[in-house]
Ligand binder design. Structure first.
Ligand code: FDP
Length: 340
């Protein structure tokens, strides 16, 4: 079969009525920016891009040089094309308006420019995550409040994982598709159409070092997985934790599995509501996973149904193979019911 390039795929999606010309251009621009990020990531120490930038982001986390570079690449690429009304990033407190000298479009873009950044310096996969929303019709200067739309309204979501291969995963709400970067040619080529996550799995991803801080239903659920053939589940489970959400989710889209970043006592004690960000991590990943037949929840509710309250809001994230997510969510709801 003849290879299908990303551009060709976008034209097919336009003809099918799934996207308009502006959204197609937006995805092309994001993909092009991610190719530039891939080049910077691949240079490693030779590009002088490793290590801390010496600044903190809006969440008070130390920024890596590559966080800052990736953010700038995405902002610059998206400023002038006329497809965006504004963009928002993990690395910036407020949304970035489109400069006055450029035309404005109807879309809002949110991104985590370099997810898993604590893995950069050790040469482990990192990635970019993005989500696309429609700008409300009557809004000329979008503010943070205009981004606060539930995940169900996303027009597109995707991520790029910078690993042994650079891979783009994309959904417009009509299945989840994967493109692999052909480095010689410089274009993304369709490598898997309509990815499906198996309903059952025997592999889970979680940071086990947080175990003692988890809530009781999480302790129960993971305890049962760890008990293996000797426990109530009657089968052994394997564990993987890359600690780059993009890489862990990509494994799930490749061979099934589940990913958990639950609420824990330390997060609650600090007045927090989770570790991962709703608008540019949980929502796009939930959209991608659901479109591949998987499930995504906070442990209590479907992620895509949440009404966001802040641009940098954090939530617990459970996602992957449907049967496991349903069971873990059931344990939490049951425990809540028992308490209430
Ligand atoms: P990071 O802080 O390195 O950017 O987005 C946050 C994230 O990575 C996810 O990519 C990853 O799944 C998780 O945090 C890793 O958390 P731990 O440090 O608890 O392992």
């Amino acid at each position: 079969m003849k290879p299908v390039s990303l551009i060709q795929f976008l034209i097919e999606e336009r003809r099918a009525g799934h996207i308009n010309a502006e959204l197609s251009l937006l995805i092309e621009v994001v993909a092009r920016a991610c190719k530039r990020i891939a080049v910077a990531v691949n240079k490693g120490a030779l590009g002088g891009v490793l290590g801390n930038a010496g600044t903190d982001n809006v969440q008070g986390e130390a920024q890596k040089k590559l966080d800052v570079i990736s953010n700038e690449i995405l902002l610059e690429a998206n400023a002038w094309g006329g497809h965006l009304a504004a963009c928002a990033s993990e690395e910036m407190e407020d949304p970035q308006p489109i400069p006055d000298m450029y035309p404005k479009g109807q879309h809002l873009l949110l991104f985590d420019p370099l997810d898993g950044s604590s893995n950069i310096d050790v040469n482990v996969s990192v990635g970019t995550i993005f989500s696309v929303l429609r700008c409300p019709d009557d809004v000329v200067e979008p503010k943070a409040e205009h981004f606060l739309q539930p995940g169900t309204t996303q027009l597109a979501a995707g991520y790029v994982v910078y690993g042994p291969a650079t891979v783009l995963v994309l959904t417009f709400g009509h299945g989840t598709h994967e493109f692999t970067l052909d480095r010689e040619v410089g274009s993304f080529v369709l490598s898997r159409r309509d990815i499906r996550i198996p309903e059952a799995t025997a592999e889970f991803a979680i940071n086990m070092s947080n175990q003692r801080h988890w809530e009781a239903p999480m302790q129960r659920y993971i305890g049962e997985l760890l008990a293996g053939t000797d426990g109530p589940r009657g089968k052994d489970f394997n564990m993987r934790w890359v600690a780059s959400m993009v890489a862990d989710v990509h494994r799930i889209l490749t061979r099934g599995g589940v990913f958990y970043y639950p609420l824990d006592a330390r997060i609650i004690a600090k007045g927090g509501s989770g570790k991962l960000r709703l608008m540019y991590e949980a929502n796009p990943m939930a959209f991608i996973v659901e479109q591949a037949g998987g499930a995504a929840s906070t442990g209590r509710e479907r992620i895509l149904d949440l009404q966001p309250t802040a641009l940098h809001q954090r939530v617990p994230v459970f996602l992957g193979s449907r049967q496991e997510i349903e069971l873990a969510t059931h344990y939490h709801r049951e425990a809540d019911g028992a308490q209430g």
